[in-house]
Design a protein around this ligand. Structure first.
Ligand SMILES: NC(=O)c1ccc[n+]([C@@H]2O[C@H](COP(=O)([O-])OP(=O)(O)OC[C@H]3O[C@@H](n4cnc5c(N)ncnc54)[C@H](O)[C@@H]3O)[C@@H](O)[C@H]2O)c1
Length: 251
């Protein structure tokens, strides 16, 4: 048994939603290992901060909404041409618009499905189109334990994340012949700008639900993503890895 091999540095990785929270932690970890990273995010000022934080890095930070399939396709093509042939795609772009079902508007429903589910589909498809001739690669989609067990006030979000799992399992079946693995990570509560708005009550409730009694940081998720991106994870495909401190054991 030999020591783990590093991530390839002659291949690039696309990270959607890579300018904040979990995506930012993934981007930062990959750049620290010399991996060329293409970030697709809709937040121009967060992208500017990211560029400023990594002068000289092999980083292509592009302002793109993952809901725009053609724009995603162009951005992934640019990454493959300007950085390096693609090794992986990590989908972290996501939003919440919480309301109970009886109060949820059509707009709330569609907006969350559009970003979380359609956005994941567009990014994985754009990546696979470029990766299928390259002899292999890795895809990791960020789902959620809410997609496995529902969440009060989160019908739109839960449906989108359950859909992400279905896309991942399908993509794993379809892309396996190209040597591409496709997996999902289902985090529980993670301390990020997305969850800051819920305040300390939710954080404490999630902590209490975890047998470890700890709160997950974005870097915890990033390390799991890194593992699934690694050459070592080549025999793992179609799984949903809960990284939730045990919050949803049995889900
Ligand atoms: N924070 C948690 O507790 C938690 C738990 C489970 C799953 N997740 C999932 O993890 C992922 C990252 O969440 P986070 O907590 O880091 O949130 P975040 O808000 O910190 O980051 C999300 C990023 O996605 C980007 N984004 C949103 N809509 C976009 C669009 N249409 N096109 C491109 N980029 C877009 C935002 O600009 C932002 O940079 C999401 O998919 C979220 O659902 C988060």
């Amino acid at each position: 048994m030999s020591a783990p091999t590093p991530l390839p540095t002659d291949r690039s990785i696309v990270v959607t939603g890579g300018a904040s929270g979990i995506g930012l932690a993934v981007t930062t970890l990959l750049l620290s290992e010399g991996v060329p990273v293409a970030v697709l995010d809709r937040d121009a000022s967060a992208l500017a901060r990211l560029r400023d934080a990594h002068p000289g890095a092999r980083l292509l930070a592009q302002e793109v909404s993952v809901t725009d399939a053609a724009a995603v396709d162009r951005a992934v093509e640019r990454a493959a041409k300007e950085l390096a042939p693609l090794w992986g795609v990590v989908t972290c772009a996501g939003i919440v618009r919480d309301r109970t079902i009886l109060k949820m508007t059509e707009e709330d429903w569609r907006a969350v499905l559009d970003v979380n589910l359609s956005g994941t589909f567009f990014a994985l498809r754009a990546g696979a189109l470029r990766m299928k001739e390259l002899g292999g690669g890795r895809m990791v989609a960020i789902a959620s334990i809410v997609g496995l067990r529902g969440g009060f006030g989160q019908a739109n979000y839960a449906a989108s994340k359950a859909g992400v799992v279905a896309v991942v399992e399908t993509a794993a079946r379809e892309f396996g012949k190209h040597g591409i693995t496709v997996n999902a990570i289902a985090p529980g509560f993670v301390r990020t700008p997305m969850t800051a708005k819920y305040g300390e009550t939710l954080e404490e409730a999630c902590k209490a639900e975890s047998p470890l009694g700890t709160v997950c940081e974005p870097e915890d998720i990033a390390r799991s993503v890194r593992y699934l991106l690694s050459p070592e994870a080549g025999h793992i495909t179609g799984v949903v890895l809960r990284v939730d401190g045990g919050q949803a054991i049995g889900a």
